[in-house]
Design a protein around this ligand. Structure first.
Ligand code: ATP
Ligand code: MG
Length: 657
């Protein structure tokens, strides 16, 4: 189906290649070959070089209880030690670890030494409350220094943390506390977002009062907004008070490599959230290695990942990866549109950010904002400090990629389009900035040591140029270990019998380019459309729509159709106002012709609806499963606990015009 034109390749500059950790494609291929020739030897070498072990491992990969794989199982380590003590011991004590910028603009700088002290004090406080190795601790905090401190402190004492995003409801929080059987909850009085103080503790109280949270013995509350809090005697304590009297050193708990560092419930694009369980050793290794190779982190970089610590991206690329590499990073409390939609660009300018990592949803909304309000266009800011850009979370449409490349990166910075999942722990398929020639919209090639493939329903690899199902052929160190409390669901979801339990099923569709072998993610497996016998990924049609000058964002789903099997329904957000009446009708015609011209008449959406936004998860991803119900004209009956903007569903119910 795809357009036969050869896509343009974007090559890294000579300087980028020369200085990069993985320098040039030959270096990339040599690493891949090393991994193919001696898979365990390759990962063992990385693990010995990059992680500091208390007790070195002698076993590498243990497949005896597949698919419950183990890595480095007889080794012992501590993640917080690797992130903090190790850097302080290596002379980085006075280096700035965190640059915290508050919603209102105040900036706080925390050195490695300061951070270690704060983490030790809170670790001691948790221990004093009786929290011990293996206990689960739920963290329900906004983006904050304390959020990072709380995660690191859990890691230090061997408690398994589970972060619940600060935008989630009481019900969602209650369900996650209950599922994890957590003994402590760390929250705050409230949070600042977009100039407003929002309550958090009252939501936590509501969750704890719902029944099913009796496991929680201690609630620690960070003072942020100063809002009055109902503190339950004997259970609730202020963070600053419990830390005040504690010693500023704390012996780490040395844990086995397989010890669960954290649980994280997935974002819920496709169904009921599941508690993804991660390990300690393998996870840390992948966090470090991807920081070094995908982001090419260097001592002078200022790294900024805009994700929230409530998502896996905020775990691997805020709390763990950058700190384990001794980097300086930004932690941002606010939102990209406050005080105006130039906030990201202003912060890059102010802090001289050199590596910037964000999501397509943010880019698309900032394109729309810059089109409507020229003063917030990135060209008004000095972004010359940037050297590498990244994208994560959804496929990035080629049109958005080009805008990001030209307007933010000054046509100078490689974009690493990193494909990965909560379950994978870190990047799986991604360009390396000083090696991989880029193609907009493609996540290019697997990270060295990741053996990915595209297969058909029987698990047989399909030829390049033919779409199929994305799988990973060998277990990798940072992979999900199980679903908390539900090993059967783990097996069924990720190592299904269809593939004889041998292939990791990502749940995404992909196609590899005939010439380059590059991977392009075509959408979730459920999102493949079949129109009159033609199989199409929703992503391709969405990208065609977004390439239209008036379109900001689009989502495409299928609806059963008597004539064609499936009919294409497109939900579209325009850059300007939402059209109605005759305007909407004219716009629909225009868009249908556009898609017909870009891809082919078969891809023309039959039904197009306009909204001011699309239904999104709280991590900013389009919830196509809800759109599928709307397209069929059904009432929404599915789980909407992770939906950010329920009101938008009404707008999208009716066909436009
Ligand atoms: P749930 O598993 O609960 O449905 P989710 O899959 O959205 O939620 P995440 O683990 O946060 O939860 O997201 C991983 C998914 O995001 C991938 O499976 C893929 O669909 C998409 N994704 C992430 N990065 C990229 C990328 N660079 N290109 C294309 N798709 C991406
Ligand atoms: Mg998923």
């Amino acid at each position: 189906m795809s357009n036969e034109q050869q896509p343009r390749l974007y090559y890294p500059s000579e300087e980028m290649v020369k200085n990069a950790a993985v320098s040039g494609m030959d270096a990339y291929r040599a690493l891949c070959k090393e991994a193919e020739d001696d898979y365990e030897g390759y990962w063992a070498r990385q693990a010995r070089e990059l992680v500091e072990w208390k007790k070195p491992f002698t076993q590498v990969l243990d497949e005896s209880n597949a698919p419950f794989f183990k890595w480095f199982a007889d080794g012992q380590l501590n993640v917080s030690y690797n992130c903090l003590d190790r850097n302080v011991n290596n002379g980085l004590g006075d280096k700035v670890a965190l640059i915290f910028e508050a919603d209102g603009g105040d900036v706080t700088r925390i050195t490695y030494k300061d951070l270690l002290t704060r983490v030790c004090k809170f670790s001691n406080a948790l221990r004093a409350m009786g929290v011990k190795k293996g206990d689960r601790v739920v963290i329900y905090l906004p983006m904050s220094i304390e959020g990072v401190v709380a995660m690191q402190a859990c890691a230090r004492i061997g408690a398994t943390h589970s972060i619940v995003f600060g935008g989630f409801s009481a019900q969602a929080l209650r369900d996650r506390i209950n599922d994890a059987g957590a003994v402590a909850l760390i929250t705050s009085d409230g949070q600042f977002r977009g100039g407003k103080a929002l309550p958090l503790k009252p939501i936590a109280d509501e969750a704890l009062g719902m029944g099913g949270c009796e496991c929680i013995k201690n609630v620690v509350v960070v003072q942020r907004t100063g809002a009055a809090c109902n503190m339950v005697e004997g259970r609730d304590k202020w963070f600053h008070e419990v830390c005040a009297s504690q010693a500023d050193t704390c012996e780490p708990e040395w844990v086995d490599a397989e010890h669960p560092l954290f649980l994280l419930y997935t974002s819920g694009s496709t169904g009921k959230p599941k508690g993804v369980q991660h390990s300690t050793g393998g996870y840390l290794l992948h966090a470090i290695l991807t920081m070094k190779w995908t982001f090419d982190i260097k001592p002078n970089d200022v790294f900024w990942c805009t994700a929230d610590i409530g998502w896996v991206t905020g775990h691997t690329y805020i709390t763990y990866g950058p700190l384990a590499c001794g980097a300086t990073e930004i932690v941002f409390e606010g939102v990209p549109t406050y005080p105006d939609a130039g906030r990201f660009w202003k912060m890059i300018q102010d802090h001289k950010v050199s590596i910037f990592y964000t999501a397509p949803t943010a880019i698309r909304s900032l394109i729309k904002a810059a089109d409507n309000t020229p003063t917030v266009h990135p060209k008004n800011y000095d972004l010359s400090s940037l050297r590498i850009l990244g994208s994560v979370g959804e496929p990035i449409n080629p049109a958005a990629w080009e805008w990001y490349y030209q307007n933010v990166g000054g046509s100078r910075c490689p974009i690493v389009d990193t494909f990965w999942q909560t379950e994978t722990g870190g990047h799986m398929i991604t360009p390396l900035p000083g090696a991989t020639p880029l193609v907009p919209g493609s996540c290019t090639l697997p990270f060295p040591g990741i053996i990915a493939a595209v297969v058909d329903e029987t698990g047989t690899e399909v030829p390049n140029g033919q779409g199929g199902i994305l799988v990973v052929k060998r277990p990798w160190p940072a992979m999900i270990r199980t679903i908390w409390g539900d090993p059967d669901r783990f097996k069924k979801s990720y190592y299904p019998d269809d593939f004889k339990g041998k292939l990791y099923l990502a749940g995404d569709g992909a196609i590899r380019d005939k010439e380059t072998g590059y991977f392009t993610i075509t959408g979730r497996i459920d999102d493949v459309l079949n129109v009159s016998g033609h199989r199409m990924g929703t992503m391709e049609i969405e990208s065609a729509l977004v390439a239209h000058e008036k379109v900001a964002e689009a989502a495409v789903v299928g609806r059963p159709d008597d004539l064609t099997g499936e009919a294409i329904v497109a939900f579209v957000v325009l850059k300007g106002a939402r059209p109605t009446g005759e305007d909407a009708k004219a716009m629909i015609k225009d868009l249908q012709n556009w898609v017909g011209h870009e891809i082919g008449p078969i891809a023309k959406p039959k039904d197009i609806r306009f909204g001011e936004n699309l239904p999104k998860t709280r991590s900013g991803k389009i919830m196509r499963r809800l759109l599928r119900q709307l397209a069929k004209g059904e009432e929404i009956t599915q789980d909407t606990s992770t939906l950010e903007n329920p009101a938008i569903l009404d707008q999208l119910k009716q066909p436009a015009g």
